[in-house]
Design a protein around this ligand. Sequence first.
Ligand SMILES: [Zn+2]
Length: 74
Amino acid sequence: MGPVTTATEAPTMTAQDRCDACGAQAYVRVQLEAGELLFCAHHARRHSEALQKVATDIHDETERLHAEERPTED
Ligand SMILES: [Zn+2]
């Protein structure tokens, strides 16, 4: 058996994580020098260009949306 390693990935977002813009479930965590922002897939896409200029890290879990089979209205 190999040595036990600790996962260093960013924690998975949960239903408790809410979009800072609309309050929907967040799927994107944007790390800034001053803190962090959470966005749903919709707002992450809408603000992606601006976010990429200021973010130090972007953790994107929007792929999980496809697995959940939940139709969303836009
Ligand atoms: Zn939103």
